[in-house]
Design a binder for this molecule. Structure first.
Ligand code: FAD
Length: 533
């Protein structure tokens, strides 16, 4: 939609409407709509856009019930439609109930407070203002259930979990969690009120909000959470065994395709035995497989390396040789490769020579890089999912943490003057060699936006963590999302509960604790050699 890209882009988790799409979108829709009519020249709208984007991200999983959109009234093609909908000031917020007739011009929201929490609660109220007749097709009931209705479920078998959130009457947590789980199958969320004494008695609950869980097999218990926050409840329910995100194939396929190259993995993974692993560990088998795949498959598609490509390859090998934790054969191999590359007077290296060196080295000195791909923490639930891209992220997280531990490791390599050498090497590698071109383009955009602002080794660790979460958010529910390893903000509350907090009703990270966690998780001491060669 042309210049709308200035404030909002297709990357944002909201819908950008225009003159021809507004009416067809908000009329006769199975969901409700909340539309911000803005003007790209209005200073307040520009300032507010980051809040609106954060709101849209916060309620992204609600969109089957209520969707968030924007429309830029400063665009000439939108003049008429903004007039028709009576927009006189910017921004104007209008909502449309589900199944609205075409004549509906929407209802203006005039709340003084436009902070995320207030708008989110407004959205819940909008949903509840529907009647039986126009209720959004995919919106579950939001009303509180009574003890009579709920107690009869106790002890019954079912094909899904039922979570009962018991809360104070003015709390929104229950309804928010119900909507957070809208895209997930295998769990149904209901709410009940703290004023329902027979229920509290029967379930022995006295603190609010609490979640009581009915298991499919008929047993039931209170769900233990470390913090009684929406994010903790939703995360826990989403990760119950058998609970899965419903995949929607409607997401634009360009942003989710893994690129043809990742299909190469499929054949190798067929028949792979499942390897049990611990999600709180990092496996050297994955790191070795990353290097194996990178050297033997990804780079092998290049007949020769010269100029800029050769330089990027050399830098990559240097960074791994200097920073790969624990010494061992990987480091020896990389050091050999690095020395060899540096000693070569050639401007252009046939890639076969690199492969020969890797093979020879292995044969002669027993220096070894696994001769097969062995995914452990990066196993997918079926071929084609996870694997190489997962291991590449893992490798770079490990390298950023290691650089922090060994600050002088890159001295005399030519990289010592860069503020964030690991990120810059990763950026150039991804841009030049990573098989998924679309991924490379996204990563380059993010790098252009903020990588140069990274000033030190701690920020380097956090930048990569944050960027990785942005990718996770974008890909959640897409085709490359493995149902067994759903994309979600990472680390989850169960991996690091002190990483999560809430501020003004909005989930926030405690970055200090995130940094501590990353140092521990990706640190040398947390590497497991299990399944490694
Ligand atoms: P991954 O996202 O690969 O994560 C691997 C592991 O890292 C996780 O299992 C978890 O243990 C840990 N982890 C998760 N989040 C974080 C975090 N924030 N910080 C630290 N550790 C974390 N795919 C696309 O479809 N479109 C893209 O645009 C795209 N861009 C990519 C860009 C890069 C640079 C890379 C390396 C990959 C990209 N991919 C993209 C692939 C995608 O990000 C995943 O790697 C792939 O879908 C496999 O996902 P996964 O479930 O194994 O988890």
């Amino acid at each position: 939609h042309g210049t709308a890209a200035r404030l909002y882009t297709e990357q944002d988790p909201l819908v950008i409407l225009g003159s021809s799409s507004l009416k067809p979108t908000v009329s006769n829709s199975s969901s409700a709509w909340l539309v911000q009519f803005f003007s790209s020249w209005c200073g307040h709208c520009i300032q507010y856009s980051s809040t609106w984007k954060a709101l849209a991200q916060d309620v992204k999983d609600w969109q089957q019930a209520i969707s968030v959109a924007v429309l830029d009234c400063a665009q000439e093609e939108n003049f008429d439609v903004c007039k028709e909908y009576g927009i006189k000031f910017y921004p104007t917020f209008k909502y449309f109930h589900a199944h609205s007739p075409e004549t509906n011009r929407g209802t203006i929201y005039r709340g003084a407070d436009r902070e995320i929490q207030s708008v989110r609660q407004l959205m819940v109220n909008i949903l509840q203002n529907h009647t039986k007749l126009n209720w959004p097709d995919h919106c579950p009931p939001l009303r509180p259930y009574s003890s009579v209705e709920l107690l009869s479920l106790l002890g019954q078998r079912s094909d899904h979990y039922t979570a009962i959130i018991i809360e104070e009457p003015d709390s929104y947590v229950g309804r928010e969690v119900i909507l957070d789980l809208l895209q997930f199958s295998g769990v149904e969320v209901k709410r009940a009120l703290s004023s329902d004494l027979p229920l509290l008695d029967a379930l022995k609950i006295s603190t609010f909000p609490s979640v009581y869980l009915l298991h499919p097999n008929g047993t039931h218990t209170i769900l233990h959470v470390e913090k009684r926050l929406r994010f903790f409840f939703s995360s826990l329910l989403r990760t119950l065994p058998g609970v899965q995100r419903k995949l929607k194939s409607s997401i634009s396929s360009s942003s989710i395709s893994n690129g043809g190259q990742m299909g190469v993995l499929s054949d190798k993974m067929i028949g792979d035995p499942w390897r049990d692993f611990d999600r709180s560990k990092v496996y050297t088998a994955d790191l070795e497989s990353a290097l194996h795949y990178l050297l033997r498959v990804e780079l092998a598609t290049h007949n020769s390396l010269e100029g800029e490509e050769l330089k990027i390859f050399k830098d990559f090998v240097t960074v791994v040789a200097k920073l790969y934790p624990g010494g061992g054969s990987v480091v020896k191999l990389m050091e050999t490769l690095s020395d060899w590359l540096l000693s070569m007077p050639l401007q252009r290296i046939p890639y076969q020579a690199v492969l020969d060196l890797v093979d020879n080295k292995m044969r002669i000195s027993g220096v070894f890089l696994g001769s097969e791909l062995r995914w452990v923490g990066c196993q997918g639930s079926r071929p084609g999912l996870r694997g190489y891209p997962c291991s590449l992220w893992t490798l770079f997280h490990v390298l950023t943490v290691q650089h922090d531990t060994m600050p002088t490791a890159l001295d005399y390599t030519g990289l010592q003057h860069e503020a964030a050498p690991v990120l810059q090497v990763m950026r150039r590698y991804i841009r030049t060699f990573f098989g998924c071109k679309e991924c490379g383009r996204h990563f380059e955009e993010a790098a252009e936006e903020s990588m140069d602002k990274v000033n030190n080794k701690e920020e380097q660790i956090l930048w990569l963590w944050n960027q990785h979460n942005r990718v996770n958010n974008r890909l959640a529910g897409s085709l490359s999302d493995d149902p067994l390893f759903p994309k979600a903000p990472w680390p989850s509350p169960s991996l690091c509960s002190s990483c999560h907090e809430e501020k003004n009703g909005v989930h926030v990270w405690n970055q200090e604790n995130v940094l501590l966690f990353l140092r521990q998780h990706y640190g040398a001491a947390n590497l497991s050699p299990k399944y490694s060669v």
